[in-house]
Design a protein around this ligand. Sequence first.
Ligand SMILES: Cc1cc2nc3c(=O)[nH]c(=O)nc-3n(C[C@H](O)[C@H](O)[C@H](O)COP(=O)(O)OP(=O)(O)OC[C@H]3O[C@@H](n4cnc5c(N)ncnc54)[C@H](O)[C@@H]3O)c2cc1C
Length: 423
Amino acid sequence: MKRRTILTGMAGIVATGVAPGMFVRAFAAEPEKGRRVVIAGGGFAGCKLAVDLRRLSPEAEIVLVEPMADFFSGPSSFDCLFGRKSFKDATRPYSLLAAKGIRLIQGQVLGADIAKRSVETSQGAFTYSALVAASGIELAPETIPGLKDDPKANLSLYDRTALPELAKRLSAFKGGTIVVSAPPGAVKCSPAPYEYALLLAQHLKSRNLKGKVVLIDDRPNPQPQVVAAGFSAAIDAMGPYIDYVFQETVAQVDAKKRDVTTGMGDKISYDLLSLIPPNRGSALVKKLGIAGKGDSFAEVDPTSLRSKAHDTVYALGDAARTPYGFSAGAASQSAALCAQAIAAQLGAKGPEISAANPARVHTACYPYLSSDLAMRSISRYAVHQDKGEMKLQSDPDVEAKGTPANKAARQKWESDLLASIFD
Ligand SMILES: Cc1cc2nc3c(=O)[nH]c(=O)nc-3n(C[C@H](O)[C@H](O)[C@H](O)COP(=O)(O)OP(=O)(O)OC[C@H]3O[C@@H](n4cnc5c(N)ncnc54)[C@H](O)[C@@H]3O)c2cc1C
C-alpha cells in the first residue's frame, strides 16, 4: 500500500494515488452504475457528506478527494496546542471511511468541465453525476505586506501544519510578547481568536511568565456578538496579560525586526507571532465558477447546498456562504441537507423542504474562556422557500458566562460529531 500507483489509459481506468493510510481501488472513467458523486475536501463537511450519502444512496459511487493523509479535528486545536490532548487523539485515518465503502483519492480537485460533467484531479480526470466543493477556506498571508517574506515567521492557529511547531514553541516559551489577530472579513470559527488570546494569557499567567498577549482585532468587540460580553469580561479579568487592540488591523510585518505595524502606524515588537491571516473561500470555488458576485465563497441554496450557478455542483462547509456560519457544526449539519439533495438528484425519494418541513440546521459552539470554563451558543435554524423568498428562523440558546458544564458539553459535542463520521 505504500507504493504510488498510477493506472491510466487502456480500458478508461483513471489514475489513482495510493498513500499510507488511504485505500484506493482503480475505477473506471465512467461510473459503474451510472451514478458517481465526487467530493473535493475531506474536512467535516466532505467526510460527513460522504458517510450520509453512502447510507442514502447505497448504489452510487462516493469518491472523496483530499490532499492530506489524515483528518484533523479543528475544534481540538486548543487542547492540542496547550498539551491537554495529543495530536494523535485529534486525528482520524481516512481508511476508516474507505472501510465504509467510500473511495478515496489522495490528491486535489483542480477544476471541472461542467458541461461534460468531467472533473479534473491531480490523479486524473473522470465523470461525475454530482460534484461537491467541500474545500474549506484558504488563508491569504500575501495580503499582509512582509508576512510572506519569511514563511516561518508566523505560526498561525489556522494552519493545521503549523500546530505541532506552535505547540513546541509555546511549551518552551520563556516569556515576552505574543502577537495574535482576528482578521477582517469572514472568519471561520469567529470566537477562536478570542479563545486563543485568553488561553495564551492563562498559559503565561499559570507559568508565572513575564509577558503579554496583544490581540489586534479589526472589529469593535469580540465575536460572535451573542457572547461578546463574556469574552470582554474575561479579557478585562486577565489585566496586564492581554492588550486588546480593537478596531485595528495588521498593516505590515517585519520578520527581521520582529515587529508588526498596525493600520494606525503603531509598531508592536513580538517574541512570538501567531496571526490569523485574512480568510477567503478556497481556490476551487473560483475555478468552478460558483462564487457569489464579488465574493470568494460559493453561492448556494441553503436548503440543498446546490450551487446557484450550476445544477450538478454543490458547495458546503467553510467553502460556501450560508446563514449558518463557518464552523464544524454548520459544516456537518449542512452536509445532512446536501446529502438529501444529492440523493434526490440521483433518484432517491425524500421529504420535500416546505414551510411545514423546513430544512433544519443546529449549530453548537462552546467558546473557551479558560482551560476549565466555556460559554455556550447554540442556534437552531429552520429554512424554507416561500414564493421565491428564503425564510429563515433561528432560535438561539446562549450562556455568555463560563461554566465547567459547557466545557464538558463541548468535549461531548466534538466526540459525538467525530463518532457520527468515523465510527
Ligand atoms: C483553532 C480552531 C478552533 C475551532 N473550533 C471550533 C469549534 O469549537 N466548533 C466548531 O464548530 N468549529 C470550530 N472550528 C472550525 C472548524 O474546524 C471548521 O469550520 C471546519 O473544519 C470546516 O469544515 P470544512 O470541511 O468546511 O473545511 P476544512 O475542515 O477546512 O476541510 C477542507 C478540506 O478540503 C481540502 N481541500 C482544499 N482544497 C481542495 C481541493 N482543491 N481538492 C481537494 N481537497 C481540497 C483541505 O485539505 C481540507 O482538508 C475551529 C477551527 C479552528 C482553526
